[in-house]
Design a protein around this ligand. Structure first.
Ligand SMILES: [Zn+2]
Length: 360
């Protein structure tokens, strides 16, 4: 990535990589390949490559250079090349040959030099509530010097970039993306880091206490099936409170959940095991969910799940345990789910996830 970077820019670029790694190493901000950061200089934007993990910034080359002005022009002209942004890659500087993030176009339309986007579980938990406008305004009143906007849900890629383009000229410091996450911007890495810390504090919600898992029961439930108990202890929270189960099974809340875990979460009724559940689904010719809750005991995950899917199980646990009991939720619609499950650019990201899982 250092190829083509002027010496005076190298230190701020190094600081940007450090910030990217910090964001990527906090499970409450980034889960797997979610989230992306960008750094603009001299008309070129370095942006995270599709399918790579921010957590690997600094140890692997995960940034791809794209030209900003032609990409923004293409987006505004509804040129389909803006969707994947691959035609705007500066090939001679792109040492890895990776594709830019599927969210590159919104980074390009924001004029600020540094843009950090991540799937903050607090921002998601607030932004899936029907009462989100009021609740988010209350939270953001704690950081009155920061300018902020909310963005209605749009599919990531050009639909979301168009929505962000409408407010980009106002140079908001913070953008809260409904049913998705957050963007924090600034002219320097230090400014962005400080804003992230303050906004994270302003949005923070304590997670609801849950009962403990019973690993013996989960093993019995999974016996003979294509499921196993989630290995990450915190991922079980989804099944460990009736309010969490209700929020998780009521619908899909954000894109990466649909992409990695699908549109349906199963749960075992009394007396049912994962094997009998899956057998019944197969004989009814119905698809088998990748995640099955054992209410009161824990979470079972499909053996087919990649690492990207496993961290999305953790994300769901963190989100639902921050949603107030009996709150009304603004779930994604069936049409919104459909456009996520039938999206070619996403299939590339999942293919990378499958190949990286082999040696992760
Ligand atoms: Zn995102």
């Amino acid at each position: 990535m250092a190829v083509g970077i002027r010496a005076e820019d190298a230190s701020s670029l190094g600081a940007f990589i450090d910030l990217s790694k910090e964001i990527g190493s906090d499970i409450l901000k980034t889960q797997g390949a979610g989230g992306n950061t960008s750094f603009k200089q001299n008309g070129i934007m370095w942006v995270k490559a599709s399918g790579t993990w921010l957590a690997h910034a600094g140890e692997r080359d995960i940034m791809v250079p794209v030209t900003v002005a032609p990409l923004v022009a293409a987006l505004r002209a509804n040129d389909p090349r803006a969707e994947k942004s691959i035609d705007f890659v500066v090939t001679e500087l792109n040492a890895t040959g990776l594709r830019p993030s599927i969210e590159t176009s919104f980074h390009a339309v924001l004029p600020q030099r540094i843009v950090a986007h991540y799937h903050c579980v607090n921002a998601i938990a607030l932004s899936v509530l029907v009462d989100r406008d009021r609740l988010i305004a209350e939270r953001m009143a704690k950081v009155p010097d920061l300018t902020w906007v909310t963005i209605p849900y749009r599919r990531p890629g050009t639909p979301l970039a168009h929505e962000i383009d409408r407010v980009a000229a106002r140079r908001p410091d913070v953008l809260i993306l409904y049913n998705h996450g957050i963007i924090v911007t600034g002219e320097t890495v230090d400014d962005v880091r400080e804003r992230i810390t303050r906004v994270t504090d302003a949005l923070a919600i304590n997670d609801r206490p849950a009962t403990t898992t019973n690993s013996r029961i989960l093993e019995l439930m999974a016996e003979g099936s294509e499921f196993h108990a989630a290995s990450d202890a915190q991922s079980h929270k989804t099944a460990l409170s009736p309010a969490n189960v209700a929020a998780a099974t009521g619908g899909s809340m954000y894109p990466d959940h649909v992409i990695f875990l699908g549109t349906e979460i199963g749960f075992l009724a009394d007396g049912e095991t994962a094997k009998s559940f899956a057998d019944a689904r197969r004989s009814a010719n119905r698809s088998i969910p990748k995640m099955v809750l054992v209410p009161g005991h824990g979470v079972l995950l499909s053996n087919e799940l990649t690492e990207g899917g496993r961290v999305m199980a953790r994300c769901l646990a963190e989100v639902v345990s921050r949603i107030p009991e009996r709150a009304s939720l603004a779930y994604l619609t069936a049409d919104q789910e459909f456009e996520l499950t039938h999206w070619e650019a996403e299939q590339y990201r999942q293919a990378l996830d499958r190949s990286s899982s082999k040696f992760a």
